[in-house]
Design a protein around this ligand. Sequence first.
Ligand code: GDD
Ligand code: MG
Length: 322
Amino acid sequence: MALGILLVGGFGTRLMPLTSETPKPMLPVAGIPVTEHQIMAAKAAGIHTLVLATSYLANVFTPYFGDGSRWGIKILYAVEKEPLGTGGAIRNAAQLFDLANLGDEPIVIFNGDVLSRHSIAEQIKFHQSKNAEVSLHLIDVEDARAFGCVPTDSDGRVTAFLEKMENPVTQSINAGCYIFHPRVLNEIPLGKVVSIERETFPALVKDARAIYGYREQAYWLDVGTPAALFKGSRDLIDGDFQSLAECKIDPSATITGKSSLGARVEVGADCIIEDCIVGDDVIIGNGTTLRHCFIAHGAHIAPATNLENFYQSVRKSEPIPS
Ligand code: GDD
Ligand code: MG
């Protein structure tokens, strides 16, 4: 279980005028706001309480998300009167947690304009296995200039954090999902404008703190430009990015290979669903692996089933081999 903070307070300048009345994270991608896609991913990873760190057009979020009960997660709101920058926003939102009494409970922080299918649950496991103070999701991109460059050593330890540079030293970038130990959040000054990328991360690296990079090359997109927003919407519709709308997916399950899941599908623990078409109302038991399968609406698949190249006809009565 973990706590989360979602950064949704930026001005969305590159998307003006779309963001003149709607904050960037509330722009719809294939019918639902970016923030809603992220809330579903957070919930699927076992995050039970999520603070929305808002500033610009803050009052748009609460009527839509309320207390979060519709998504099965507790949503709280932290409002900055003036934008505090990414680090200041995180620190401000963290006031809603009892930092001093959290022990080692991981706090997961998300940039609010990212569609990602990396496994947050695996990132948390990695963070804990390294005994890290902070771990950052890293991905490789072709052109790293618009992002934070994050070189690491062979053990995954971050050796520098270089926000937006003309001649990137690596293709490995900050994908905008961090896990923080509560102690490190407590060190960020309260009520001040702080950039997590330009101040906090470089200072932590300089002080040789335990900052690690978690590498996972899953679907990833920052929707911060009009071209990227359209790409996100197209990817969702053609299945490159899998929507979690209405589905119950265990955090330990892996959905890959452009699989598409229908409405109200339930996927149990440790399942692997690769390159599959899964109909509505399908229930997939724990420990099942499906590769290149077509599963018809309403099918119930027993735990520990292994199927490959299996096409189930639409007749529900047909038994599924296991
Ligand atoms: N609450 C709050 N207050 N949120 C903020 C503020 C603020 O003052 N400033 C920015 N944010 C939020 C934005 O709404 C967005 O969700 C997130 O912080 C990141 O800001 P962007 O403006 O989208 O940054 P970027 O895309 O240029 O760069 C960031 O993301 C890249 C990955 O997409 C950096 O973190 C890079 O290092 C990273 O590679
Ligand atoms: Mg961005």
